[in-house]
Design a binder for this molecule. Structure first.
Ligand SMILES: *Cc1c(COP(=O)(O)O)cnc(C)c1O
Length: 459
């Protein structure tokens, strides 16, 4: 077979983008402002700086500047693992017998194992520049905590990670990795914070949740001198940092004059999807293309497909600013599943606005179907995917099979956000056929919705 397009569409180190692309600048309808939870007025930079680092706060509130320079100190770190490979899935196309072309951007080649390092590096760099000594954060499945540990280690900052308790018990290797890079790990809920003690009092046997770990990390950051809190998804500045994924992808595709018809990504808080689609969505909003964008979420945590569009808190203890987004309610605790990175009640406000405006579609998939796709992909393409990424694989395969049915030769692109090396317990469960699916009932969702704040903006 002579290939017009190589299996790996390489970019050189020099082609690592020099700017992040801020999609908000090209949105006619901007996402709604973040609100201060006390005054219900738009949060000021000052409000947010009590919790977050200064430069990311500026980026968070910046709805107008299209291109934001990537400091050399961050680009330098990026050269350790970027540009990330963009791969033509020739094997998968052949195995499916589809006329479609399939491409995936592989963000799982760095040691932390996912795209999250892109924002971790940026946030640690800015914290160091600002003169901070330490950072706090939370981690669910462990990917963000690992990424932050690597970045904090590189830039010389102390890091405390509140790790959801069940997850810290299930994933000793994640813990070891974070500690190797110098982070301090605390299973959450813990007795080191008021938020943690309150939750433990109510439910001493709780396995914890991401929302609860966020509350603990924020509380510690606010109470500690020269310390701030960093978050790995949901917020606009995280999406901004992840735009590097989409820009690299677009540069490599443009080189071969490849125009995607469908772009698919898994969606937890929305950062990888928002980053992957950013430059392509910019073109769509400008009327220059008609790409379909599909967000894939777990059926067990269906923020887009069954959530409400409302102002909500980012954490269980209701301490964060209010974000207008698709949400299941900050009190919604998704059932245990193996895609920890997708178990978040809300969704980034930019993506929420785009979904509301009909620019983005969403699908929910059950975990056993997702793992069927993951194992198929591993056998055919050779790469073991993270459970989160496998949500995108599932829908990419469905779309490729639809092309087979209709004979259409579409170009399908999806984000392979991470490696499955740290999720072998999930694969053990799949192989042993003990994996189940939980789809929340309407009653369960109602209990979550009841925790959405009852404020005039939500009427
Ligand atoms: C965290 C994570 C996700 C989901 O987070 P987003 O912010 O929605 O991108 C997806 N895949 C992997 C591998 C992750 O670690």
């Amino acid at each position: 077979m002579t290939k017009k397009i190589p299996t790996r569409l390489y970019l050189s180190e020099d082609e690592i983008p020099r700017f992040w692309y801020n999609l908000r600048a090209d949105m006619k309808e901007k996402p709604d402002p973040i609100l201060h939870p006390g005054t219900l007025q738009p949060a000021s930079a000052e409000d947010l700086e009590a919790v977050f680092c200064k430069e990311p706060v500026k980026q968070e509130l910046n709805d107008t500047e299209r291109l934001i320079p990537i400091p050399e100190g961050i680009r330098e770190f990026y050269t350790a693992y970027r540009p990330a490979p963009l791969i033509r899935a020739y094997f998968l196309e052949k195995a499916l017998g589809t006329p479609a072309e399939i491409y995936y951007k592989h963000e799982g080649t760095n040691t932390s194992g996912s795209h999250k390092l892109n924002s971790a590096a940026a946030q640690a760099f800015y914290a160091k520049e600002e003169g901070l000594a330490s950072l706090t954060t939370e981690t669910g499945a462990g990917q963000w905590g690992t990424a932050m540990s690597m970045a904090a280690g590189f830039y010389g900052l102390d890091l405390t990670v509140y790790m959801v308790k069940v997850s810290s018990e299930q994933k000793p290797y994640r813990k070891a990795l974070m500690e190797t890079y110098g982070a301090r790990l605390i299973p959450s809920p813990s007795d080191t914070t008021e938020a943690g003690r309150k939750i433990l009092e109510k439910d001493p046997n709780t396995g914890g949740s991401l929302g609860c770990a966020i509350s603990e990390a924020v509380e510690t950051a606010v109470k500690t001198a020269k310390c701030r809190y960093v978050l790995g998804s949901v917020l606009n500045h995280v999406l901004l940092h992840q735009s590097i994924i989409g820009q690299e992808t677009k540069a490599a595709l443009d080189r071969f004059d490849i125009k995607p018809d469908i772009i698919i990504g898994c969606a937890g808080g929305g950062s990888n999807l928002g980053g992957l689609i950013a430059p392509f969505m910019g073109e769509k909003l400008a009327g220059k293309s008609d790409i379909r964008f599909i967000a894939v979420e777990p059926a067990s945590c269906p923020s887009f497909t069954r959530g409400r569009y409302a102002y909500d808190f980012g954490d269980t203890a209701k301490t964060t600013p209010l974000i207008r987004m698709y949400t299941l309610g900050s009190g919604f605790i998704p059932s245990a599943n193996h895609a920890g990175g997708l178990r978040y009640h809300g969704m980034n406000s930019v993506l929420s606005k785009l979904y509301r405006g009909g620019f983005l579609e969403a699908r929910a998939e059950v975990q056993t179907d997702v793992f069927d796709a993951a194992v198929k992909f591993a056998k055919i393409e050779g790469i073991l995917p993270a459970p989160e990424s496998s949500h995108a694989i599932k829908v990419a395969i469905d779309e490729a099979l639809e092309c087979k049915r209709t004979g259409e030769k579409k170009v399908i692109l999806f984000g392979l956000t991470g490696t499955g090396y740290f999720d072998l317990s999930a694969y053990i469960s799949y192989n042993a056929k003990t994996m189940g699916d939980h789809i929340p009932t309407d009653e369960e969702l109602e209990r979550g919705f009841a925790t959405i704040p009852d404020i005039p903006q939500n009427k």
